[in-house]
Design a protein around this ligand. Structure first.
Ligand SMILES: *[C@@H]1O[C@H](CO)[C@@H](O)[C@H](O)[C@H]1NC(C)=O
Ligand SMILES: *[C@@H]1O[C@H](CO)[C@@H](O)[C@H](O)[C@H]1NC(C)=O
Ligand SMILES: *[C@@H]1O[C@H](CO)[C@@H](O)[C@H](O)[C@H]1NC(C)=O
Ligand SMILES: *[C@@H]1O[C@H](CO)[C@@H](O)[C@H](O)[C@H]1NC(C)=O
Ligand SMILES: *[C@@H]1O[C@H](CO)[C@@H](O)[C@H](O)[C@H]1NC(C)=O
Ligand SMILES: *[C@@H]1O[C@H](CO)[C@@H](O)[C@H](O)[C@H]1NC(C)=O
Ligand SMILES: *[C@@H]1O[C@H](CO)[C@@H](O)[C@H](O)[C@H]1NC(C)=O
Ligand SMILES: *[C@@H]1O[C@H](CO)[C@@H](O)[C@H](O)[C@H]1NC(C)=O
Ligand SMILES: *[C@@H]1O[C@H](CO)[C@@H](O)[C@H](O)[C@H]1NC(C)=O
Ligand SMILES: *[C@@H]1O[C@H](CO)[C@@H](O)[C@H](O)[C@H]1NC(C)=O
Ligand SMILES: *[C@@H]1O[C@H](CO)[C@@H](O)[C@H](O)[C@H]1NC(C)=O
Ligand SMILES: *[C@@H]1O[C@H](CO)[C@@H](O)[C@H](O)[C@H]1NC(C)=O
Length: 616
């Protein structure tokens, strides 16, 4: 009995003792969170709107503090979310004591210093967001203890200290890894392939490389194990390798593959066609070669490819016929490659197309005029580095419109080809006629090029024919307004084409002059044009005259303009005649200048004489 009572008492004692420790534990945990939060606050040196200063007061339960969330039952801190507050300071290591923390989000503040290793104590952490802060140093090794971590966003910090840690792949629940705009270097760890739940990997703009022992981007092969991968961003890293064939084994849920400016070499493996749900493929600004695989059409599916950017590489060969199947495509940029052949007529089926850029390639042939092409505004410009689409890209939309209007109506062998109307200003495509020999300016002013007398005269005949057409060939005369050697382009056969109608004026109703505020190029503009803004066809004649004189004077002493096939003596007569013609064109008073029709006649005569001399 006594034994029994004693036992009962001690049992009660044990129970009491037990409940005592439980309540002690509770309040001490609750105290731990409070002191951790206070320690966190004390490390914040600048709080521009005094939010924490006024709100985080000890008189109030910390669970009601701004940015703090607690578990309901235990009143432990589960989230600390202080976004866009302009807070400056370091992160207190006491944060590691918030052992129930699930979400730690300091997006868009100015926290600096190192990521504290104590973060590794946060075993329940699911989201870590330090996007847009000024953190430095490495990702702490302790992070691998965060077994529940699903998202790590360290976007736009200043994290350095070498590699992306291998052990990051021990956080087996990771779905989002966002590390862009830091300074990570070294190889992309292949261990990332262990993250079977990975949905998004963003490593853009770091200093990451491929595995040093391999020419292929082997980490891409390892990522084929991430069966849920949807978004892969690796742009702006000196990866310098080949795309592996295994790229086709990347997750079939892959939607975005963005890898511009990565020094990727070699061809696009045809296996890429297996990525059926790809929505965005950007391999621009790499060193890729080979032909564009026709399998890219494989990507078509219900919500598939809408943006394809292969620009700024060295792809060659034709645009695959299969592209007609990319019916959901909105954007296509194939500019700056070595693509040849004609634009497949079947591409008129691409009804979604809003942007098409094929400039700086070697395309030839007819440009389709139906389907989306019917709505493309920006006609054909020149494909010369110095000149590509000047009227568009020099920034003046007005000027682009002007060119569009003019180009829409003119068609001539010696004018840069026009492809379509300008009905819809939203749609802009530049489909360029390739001018393999570049601009006349290049031929006149760079040391590696020279033109003989016959070529010079032929070019000036071509330009005169273009002007004759502009001035007299249609119901309303068109004044070019900016005639100069850089606006004259030479095709394969050295036939000249006049381009850049950026400031061209249409003289409506046969009025012979009009006023303008847009200036031509100094040196070539007629005096009356420069002084009073009076535009007339005579102004073009002036510019033409200046060019004609320039054609004679721009020559190097070593130039073979007068030697070889042409006798100096015979050439002298022609030179004088041409010089005279040039002077007649560039007379000071507009009315004294010769008409372009007469220029054509005279220059053609000279051209014939040169040929005759040559045959003698
Ligand atoms: C702190 O902010 C929270 C949430 O905005 C608010 O509910 C609470 O009343 C504030 N407390 C104080 C003391 O200002
Ligand atoms: C601390 O815990 C007790 C109960 O254990 C609770 O009543 C109190 O509100 C908590 N304090 C804070 C600041 O969360
Ligand atoms: C970042 O926070 C500041 C306020 O501190 C705000 O003005 C700014 O718009 C935020 N920027 C972004 C991108 O969220
Ligand atoms: C909280 O964290 C700090 C820094 O890591 C540590 O020194 C301290 O012992 C911790 N306090 C408690 C109550 O756990
Ligand atoms: C980034 O870190 C480097 C040193 O690692 C430092 O020189 C630089 O000022 C930091 N940049 C910013 C924006 O904090
Ligand atoms: C982390 O992963 C590595 C392999 O990548 C393994 O050797 C190690 O045991 C893991 N550590 C923990 C704590 O899980
Ligand atoms: C990769 O895909 C090819 C088919 O394209 C298949 O034959 C091969 O077994 C796949 N490899 C792996 C490792 O899944
Ligand atoms: C394609 O990529 C180039 C280079 O990266 C970029 O300048 C261009 O804007 C991109 N085109 C489109 C349509 O996004
Ligand atoms: C990539 O091509 C550019 C231009 O052709 C060249 O300057 C650069 O060295 C190349 N890079 C590599 C890694 O081959
Ligand atoms: C087309 O591409 C070229 C070369 O990449 C670029 O310079 C030009 O701005 C692009 N045109 C348009 C309208 O975007
Ligand atoms: C362009 O492609 C043609 C074949 O279509 C090839 O002969 C030529 O060498 C290529 N040029 C460059 C610069 O890659
Ligand atoms: C072209 O534009 C016209 C009117 O702007 C529009 O009705 C038509 O649907 C467009 N065609 C295509 C293929 O986008």
């Amino acid at each position: 009995m006594l034994m029994g009572r004693l036992f009962t008492v001690s049992l009660i004692g044990v129970l009491l003792l037990h409940s005592c420790t439980v309540s002690l534990a509770l309040s001490s945990s609750n105290f731990t969170d409070l002191s951790a939060l206070l320690a966190f606050k004390s490390e914040i040196k600048i709080d521009p709107n005094n939010i924490l200063g006024s709100n985080w007061t000890e008189t109030e339960n910390f669970c009601n503090w701004v940015g703090v969330s607690c578990s309901r039952r235990r009143q432990r801190v589960t989230a600390l979310s202080l976004r866009n507050m302009g807070l400056q300071g370091t992160i207190s290591p006491h944060v590691g004591n918030l052992s129930f923390l699930v979400k730690f989000d300091l997006y868009n503040n100015s926290f600096h210093g190192h990521l504290i290793p104590e973060i590794g104590h946060l075993r329940r952490l699911v989201v870590l967001n330090m996007h847009r802060n000024l953190m430095e140093g490495a990702i702490p090794t302790s992070l691998h203890q965060c077994q529940k971590l699903e998202g790590i966003d360290l976007h736009a910090n200043n994290l350095t200290a070498g590699n992306i840690p291998l052990y990051i792949s021990n956080c087996s629940q990771l779905k989002y890894i966002q590390l862009p705009l830091n300074q990570f270097s070294g190889p992309v760890p292949t261990s990332l392939g262990q993250l079977e739940h990975l949905q998004e990997l963003d490593l853009e703009i770091n200093q990451l490389t491929s595995q040093s022992d391999s020419l292929e981007l082997s980490f891409l092969t390892s990522l084929t194990r991430c069966r849920s991968l949807e978004k892969l961003y690796i742009s702006g890293n000196p990866l310098n390798g080949l795309l592996p064939v295994s790229i086709g084994n990347l997750s079939s849920s892959l939607q975005d593959f963005v890898a511009y400016s990565c020094q990727i070499k070699g061809p696009i493996p045809k296996e890429i066609g297996s990525l059926r749900n790809l929505n965005q493929l950007d391999l621009s600004e790499n060193n890729m070669t080979g032909s564009i695989p026709s399998t890219i059409k494989g990507m078509k599916s219900l919500q598939s490819l809408s943006s394809l950017n292969l620009s700024h590489n060295s792809f060659w060969g034709p645009i695959p016929e299969s592209f007609r199947e990319l019916i959901t495509l909105d954007y296509m940029d194939l500019s700056h490659n070595n693509i040849s052949g004609s634009i497949p007529k079947s591409m008129v089926a691409l009804s979604h197309l809003q942007y098409l850029n094929l400039s700086f390639n070697n395309l030839s042939g007819e440009i389709p005029s139906e389907g989306p092409f019917a709505n493309f505004t920006a006609a054909s410009f020149v494909e010369n580095e110095a000149l590509c689409g000047l009227p568009i890209f020099q920034g003046a939309f007005k000027s682009f419109e002007a060119e569009c209007k003019v180009l829409a109506r003119v068609r001539h062998r010696n004018l840069v080809r026009v492809i379509s109307s300008c009905s819809n200003p939203e749609l802009r495509a530049v489909v360029l006629q390739y001018m393999p020999n570049g601009s006349l300016e290049k031929w006149l002013y760079s040391h590696n090029y020279c033109l003989n007398l016959f070529q010079r005269v032929s070019i000036m005949v071509d330009v005169a024919l273009a002007l004759e057409y502009l001035h007299h060939g249609q119901s309303e005369p068109v004044v070019h307004c900016d005639l100069k050697p850089s606006n004259v382009l030479l095709d394969d056969d050295m036939v000249a084409h006049v381009g850049d109608f950026g400031i061209a004026k249409i003289l409506v109703e046969k009025k012979s002059t009009t006023q303008t505020k847009t200036l031509g190029t100094l040196g070539y503009i007629a005096p009356e044009y420069g002084l009073e803004g009076r535009v007339s066809t005579r102004g073009d004649i002036y510019s033409y005259g200046i060019m004609l004189l320039e054609m004679l004077t721009r020559k190097k002493p070593t130039d073979d303009m007068f030697v070889g096939e042409f006798y100096v003596v015979a050439a002298q007569d022609h030179l004088l005649e041409i010089m005279e013609l040039g002077l007649e064109c560039s007379k000071e008073f507009p009315e004294e200048r010769i008409d372009i029709k007469d220029v054509v006649v005279k220059l053609n005569k000279i051209k014939v004489q040169i040929i005759a001399t040559h045959l003698e």
